[in-house]
Design a protein around this ligand. Sequence first.
Ligand code: MSP
Length: 537
Amino acid sequence: MTRSFYITTPIYYVNDVPHLGHAYTTIAADALARYHRARERDTYFLTGTDEHGQKIEEAATARGKTPQALADDVVERFRDTWRVLAVSEDDFIRTTEARHKRVVADMWNRLEAAGDIYLGRYDGWYCVSCEAYYAAGNLEDGDRCPVHKRPAAWVSEPSYYFRMSRYEQALLRHFEENPTFVQPESYRNEIVSFIKGGLRDLSVSRTTFGWGVPVPGTDDHVIYVWIDALTNYISALGDIGSEKYERYWPATCHLIGKDILRFHAVYWPCMLMSAGLPLPDTIYTHGWWTVRGEKMSKSMPATRVDPNLVAGDISADALRYFLLREVPLGLDGDFTYEALIGRYNADLANDLGNLLNRTLTMTVKFLGGDLPAARAELADSEPHAGMRRVAVDAVKEAGDAFEAYAPSRALEAIWRLVREANRYVDTAQPWKLAKDPDRRAELEHTTHGFLEALYWAARMVAPVMPVKAAEILAQLGLGEDAAARAMARWPDASLAGKDLPAGLTVTKPTPLFPRIDDARAAELLERWVPEDAKAEP
Ligand code: MSP
């Protein structure tokens, strides 16, 4: 039996409502989970919220709320956004849940039992926005955190330490023996040189605020929020040793943004080694989106892209497609609404939408809507054989790309098929074939060819565009169950020419991606760009 596929997103802080960055990680993880489900792997997909720590406590105080009340409000915004964006998580973990806190305490006890916890003092810098400790030498302009450019706080308090230094060599060995532990390779190299610079013991408890999981056996220490947060990947499965834990741990992939690589690729594996637990297979690190060249920031409304708003106007699937197609998963990218609309018109309205439209229209017009069978005697002649070769290659290439965490490459391969199918229609000219009763077999064979291409394209884009894929299949005449079954299986290239279900009837198409003309684009920009951002020069 192939091993299960367990993929996670970071758990998101509840001091902020979901924005484009959160949506990106979650959509990428969702597409990968959906792909692996279609390969019939035992897949588990986890997301959730990170609700403890000083940052959340301070955000709640600033809003005149308790941290729990803040978390209870914001968690709904995340859940709602994931519904809007067609995210198919199997579980949603909140770090304030009892099931989580129990495992965090267990984890602590394991580190302690390993002799890796000792009491000391922390006198140093702390950035509340990062929830991270900083050595003075790593700050800018004296006291500013290099990430947030805001002053870090000087902290002086008793603190428990985790003997992370003890795991330096073992961790380096793990990187050597598992070259794909951190991907892409540039991030692997970055983290390996960080570890080679030497690992210091880590302060893992705080006493100057109370919003967290208590250190077992104390009444004044709370566990450092990253120790608490990272444990979600296990606590969501249940207690260590539980049935779900045995079934899914170690995780196949923690998908994360590059900002939190060190926590995942250093702290977490050291904790797991100390606790005697296996390490995840892969930490896949994606890049960072800027918006119109600027870093996303609460103080700059123009950088606040609301995925709910965009999805509401042009569909969640269009946003999902754009984010995964525009930039390869490991690289940084810049988001502009103009690029989004440009790609929507070119790839979705023109290429895919047009393929659906013209092929269904012709099937209705020339064959009364009945899906014909392929003709064995024509299979090896051109342009039919060429169409089939492209389709078979696309299934393989798109599959390989998804396996390699490269959804953008998968979409490129699928688009080679979509474009080839449009070209095939142009070359085979069904409208001419339809005029000549002697060429009926060719007409049927061609129609079968482009409809099967569409059928495969729909099933292959389903991990990225689950809603539109289902709509394409419905327009191809598949009932709801048949469409769901088709989407639950990746196309089998060896079935080319006989995969399209027989006996279906298509009706006149409904446009999936209505073109956004200039007037509509202006209207959308007006809606999407916040008022105060427009006032800026
Ligand atoms: N709570 C921690 C993670 C704990 S995981 C055990 C945290 N939360 S966060 O709310 O700040 O979300 C961080 C994640 O959101 C990033 O790692 C990244 O996946 C995603 N992104 C946030 N802003 C982003 C961009 N501008 N671009 C791309 N992804 C971004 O850190």
